[in-house]
Design a binder for this molecule. Structure first.
Ligand SMILES: CC(C)=CCC/C(C)=C(\C)COP(=O)(O)OP(=O)(O)O
Length: 338
């Protein structure tokens, strides 16, 4: 692993700072924390959210989540507030979809229509080509949907920085994410808890790859397609994305509604573990994935291009920033006494 790009990856590799409640995690900590930069991005994010109409009446909550801070922590190679804002818009468009269409019944989520909503929404990411008379009807529909407006403007912002290939990967990863959300809707409609392996497949599709896939866009380079899509690189990258999303499961579990799924809950139901045992097993699975990432990244760093080494180091840094955000965000951590 010492072959990873100097400056970015190395300090992260050394920093296994414990941060309760995840002090057993084999995971780096953030390698940059610039609160001023995070606040700046968050201010601009709230203006954008107000403009497109998402989280209406809940902008204070949105502010407390610190999604701009998240991107500041996860992309230490980027100091440009506008690029960070672009990544934050993409992240928040995804999260708003998860909240309003998939997870939160009181915000209008309805598992019976998740598939239709997501299929319509995909147009804002990978435009559907219709004849003009029906395209106008479709445009009328999207104009009234704040989430469509959020995705449309986020992708517009992304396309100012991403190459054609980087945009293509984003489109692909969104389709994968939407597929996973329809699988989740199936569990809800049929009141089914999946077996552990199926939950992990869903978390593989619904991992942190959608935001992670922008690491080179934010850092201002492009990992070329022949390396990005190399099966071993994909294996390393998806392994890191799967581990990172289990950190989400560990932190978000306590605030999730009873019908929601997370790995500790699935393990408890399917394997009869106590909550404590299920959390410990989740940490174990996370750590196994992270050790696999380190092995793969070490091997790939020895044979890959400088850009591939950089990409693997940026991925490692992203995971560390994500860990710090989960431990500190107002989404999962309430201030003392509240
Ligand atoms: C940014 C984003 C929504 C990426 C895809 C991965 C994903 C859906 C999440 C990390 C959210 O997972 P989850 O629904 O468990 O998160 P909350 O508990 O709702 O915060």
């Amino acid at each position: 692993m010492t072959d990873l790009a100097p400056g970015l990856g190395m300090s992260a590799l050394r920093a296994f700072a414990p941060s309760p409640p995840d002090d057993q995690l084999f995971c780096p900590d953030a390698i940059r924390d610039d609160p001023g930069l995070g606040d700046l991005v968050d201010e601009q994010l709230i203006d954008w959210a107000r403009h497109v109409g998402i989280y209406e009446g809940r902008l204070d909550k949105l502010r407390s989540y610190g999604f701009g801070r998240y991107m500041m922590l996860a992309h230490p190679a980027c100091n440009d507030p506008d690029r960070l804002l672009m990544a934050t818009k993409c992240l928040v468009a995804e999260w708003a979809t998860d909240d309003y269409y998939v997870d939160e019944i009181e915000l209008g989520a309805d598992p019976r229509v998740v598939g239709s909503r997501l299929a319509r929404l995909l147009h804002t990411i990978d435009p559907a080509q219709l004849v003009p008379r029906y395209a106008a009807d479709m445009a009328d529909y999207h104009r009234l949907q704040p989430i469509s407006e959020a995705f449309r403007t986020a992708v517009e912002h992304l396309s100012r920085y991403a190459t054609t290939a980087q945009l293509g990967r984003f489109q692909h990863q969104m389709a994968v994410l939407f597929l996973a959300w329809t699988q989740e809707a199936d569990w809800h409609v049929n009141r089914r808890t999946p077996p552990v392996w199926e939950y992990l497949v869903q978390r593989h599709l619904n991992s942190y790859l959608p935001p992670m896939i922008l690491v080179d866009v934010l850092a201002g380079y492009e990992l070329p397609a022949h390396e990005f899509y190399h099966p071993e690189v994909r294996r390393a990258f998806t392994t890191a994305g799967n581990a990172a999303v289990l950190v989400n499961d560990l932190h978000s579990g306590p605030s999730e509604s009873d019908n929601d799924h997370n790995l500790p809950r699935v393990l408890a139901r399917e394997e009869g573990l106590t909550h404590e045992q299920a959390v410990a097993r989740t940490v174990e699975i996370h750590n196994e994935l992270m050790h696999t990432y380190v092995e793969l990244a070490t091997r790939l760093s020895a044979v890959g291009s400088p850009n591939l080494r950089r990409f693997l180091a940026d991925t490692w840094a992203w995971v560390g920033g994500s860990r710090r955000w989960h431990a500190t965000t107002g989404r999962y951590n309430k201030p003392n006494g509240s």
